[in-house]
Design a protein around this ligand. Structure first.
Ligand code: HEC
Ligand code: HEC
Ligand code: HEC
Length: 276
């Protein structure tokens, strides 16, 4: 028995994590857009990926159980999907080596385990090469809708602004609050603080433009966030506002901003870089 040996080759094929001392994000090709929202909800390209990966594993599984006939069926399915996928994105044609998919089928036909290992390694390398070059960028671009189209009503200036402009106004009023508090300009701090709190509350309207479940909104803009904003409001209305307490609550709010940025800002930054 040579159990486990074939697995090695398959692992190469489906490997997600790769060692590298440099990660480059290449702009995904135009024609890939066809297979993702908003153009398509079916994720056809990704779906072929899952199919190939499953077929790859199925060959391995069946060979390990001595079912060569079944293994051959899956190998042929893998080859067919591989060929079909090679035509989906013309810009990526050269990543695919149809001959290696054919060799893989022949290796399974030969019922020679060592040949199968060799052939699956070679085929698997074509998968890995493209993944290294493209997978991260594709995920960041196509799995997140753009914030570019999202508009928010600014509660202070009563106008609709883009997300990035809203963020600038929001963070500028937060900075102004900090500056005036530090300088001891209480009236100015109160005004900036009120603006900031209103804008921070206004952020909530944004979530439901993409999320259908309230729980996503609550996970970040939850009770602690509301309470910190209310506290800032209350502290600011005192005759001699307690600076330290205000800063403490601002830090709490800031943690919330960071949480949302950790989830949403990185894809948006990559998308914007490619849009320019
Ligand atoms: C959806 C969750 C979310 C929350 C909550 C959030 N942000 Fe943002 N923020 C974003 C996204 C997305 C961008 C990128 C917008 C773009 O460039 O189109 C951004 C960008 C920014 C920017 C850069 C603006 C620019 O273009 O120069 C600043 C500054 C900022 N946010 C501050 C804040 C502050 C301060 C808070 C909390 C009070 C906050 N954000 C809360 C999602 C969020
Ligand atoms: C020409 C480029 C290219 C080739 C060749 C390629 N892939 Fe992919 N693959 C991708 C891209 C891009 C993604 C990310 C797609 C996405 O997340 O929407 C991906 C994603 C995947 C995933 C899904 C990972 C996940 O969980 O999101 C699997 C599994 C996969 N590929 C298997 C394979 C196998 C097996 C082969 C070879 C037989 C292969 N791929 C060949 C580009 C390629
Ligand atoms: C432009 C669309 C968009 C907007 C606006 C948006 N999100 Fe998201 N958010 C996503 C996407 C896409 C994901 C990744 C998960 C997925 O694919 O559903 C995600 C993931 C999340 C997650 C983790 C997974 C989950 O679904 O719970 C949280 C929490 C979250 N967002 C909170 C927020 C909050 C809070 C806001 C408003 C301040 C917000 N989002 C605004 C698109 C958006």
């Amino acid at each position: 028995m040579k159990k486990g040996k074939v697995l090695l080759g398959v692992v190469v094929g489906a490997s997600l994590v790769f060692g590298a001392d440099k990660v480059v994000l290449k702009k995904p090709p135009e024609s890939l857009k066809k297979y993702y929202p908003p153009k398509s909800q079916k994720f056809e390209f990704l779906s072929n990926m899952y199919s190939m990966s499953t077929s790859f594993y199925a060959v391995n599984l069946n060979i390990n159980e001595g079912k060569w006939g079944k293994a051959l069926e899956w190998a042929e399915k893998l080859r067919d999907t591989y060929l079909e996928t090679s035509k989906m994105v013309p810009e990526w044609k050269d990543y695919f080596k149809p001959k290696l998919a054919e060799d893989f089928v022949k290796a399974v036909q030969s019922k020679n385990v060592d040949r199968v290992i060799e052939a699956s390694k070679k085929l698997g390398q074509t998968c890995s090469k493209c993944h290294q070059d493209n997978q991260i960028a594709v995920k960041l671009v196509f799995h997140f809708p753009s914030f570019d189209e999202i508009k928010l009503e600014d509660p202070i200036e009563f106008m609709e602004v883009k997300t990035s402009d809203y963020m600038k106004k929001l963070s500028n009023s937060m900075k102004a609050l900090k500056v005036y508090l530090t300088q001891g300009d209480i009236e100015m701090a109160q005004e900036a603080g009120t603006n900031f709190v209103e804008r921070a509350r206004g952020l909530r309207a944004m979530c439901s433009k993409c999320h259908t479940q309230k729980i996503s909104e609550e996970a970040i803009l939850g009770k602690a966030y509301e309470e910190a904003l209310a506290k800032i409001e209350e502290l600011l209305s005192a005759e001699k506002p307690n600076k330290e307490e205000i800063f403490k609550n601002l830090t709490l709010v800031g943690t919330t901003c960071t949480k949302c940025h950790n989830v949403h800002l990185i894809p948006e930054m990559v998308q914007e870089a490619f849009a320019k």
